[in-house]
Design a protein around this ligand. Structure first.
Ligand SMILES: CC(C)(COP(=O)(O)OP(=O)(O)OC[C@H]1O[C@@H](n2cnc3c(N)ncnc32)[C@H](O)[C@@H]1OP(=O)(O)O)[C@@H](O)C(=O)NCCC(=O)NCCS
Length: 154
């Protein structure tokens, strides 16, 4: 398989925006859901560019954007978001490479643990993370929307 062998991972650049939005709209159904205006890929990108933009990565095959991942580190825990691989290139190790890239970057910053959330209906994604050594924590996940997003989602 040549795909992962010729793959590179680099920081997101603003010129990647259209390709990343297209990838996310395919990979994340909620980005196509008109009833969820809070899921706005352009806003997600703008917010990340304002907060730890150095932890927003794309996987590139030739000139083509084929994967994305975002990391975050708040000084206590690391988080991983927006992992997506082009549907035509899945099961070639690209997702594994992207997660490993975030793990390495956060380890170098001294981050002791990386957390992530998976929608409970996504058994395949859970299998992916378990294959990479992630295990279910005995916690429940709580969340609350803030600001304008709270009003639009209500
Ligand atoms: C999850 C995702 C990023 C995985 O990317 P990928 O490049 O296909 O993953 P890899 O090829 O590195 O898979 C590594 C291992 O994970 C497991 N795995 C991956 N996809 C799997 C699936 N659909 N079902 C079961 N196990 C899976 C396998 O053990 C696989 O190894 P194998 O192919 O040798 O059997 C990709 O499926 C995706 O983009 N999904 C849609 C977006 C999404 O839901 N992202 C997660 C948000 S939390």
């Amino acid at each position: 398989m040549t795909t992962a062998a010729t793959l590179s991972i680099r920081r997101f650049d603003a010129g990647d925006t259209d390709a990343v939005v297209a990838l996310w709209q395919e990979a994340f159904p909620e980005y196509r859901d008109a009833t969820k205006p809070q899921r706005n890929p352009h806003l997600s990108i703008a917010n990340k560019l304002a907060t730890q933009p150095e932890l927003f990565f794309v996987a590139v095959l030739g000139e083509r954007i084929v994967g994305t991942v975002m990391g975050g580190y708040d000084g206590h825990r690391g988080w991983l978001y927006s992992l997506a691989v082009d549907a035509s290139l899945r099961r070639h190790g690209i997702g594994t490479r992207l997660v490993a890239h975030v793990e390495k970057t956060l380890t170098e910053r001294g981050c002791p643990k990386l957390n992530l959330q998976v929608l409970s209906a996504k058994a395949d994604v859970r299998a992916f993370y378990e294959a990479l050594g992630y295990r279910t924590d005995e916690v429940i996940s709580l969340g609350k929307r803030l600001g304008e997003v709270a009003a639009s989602a209500a």
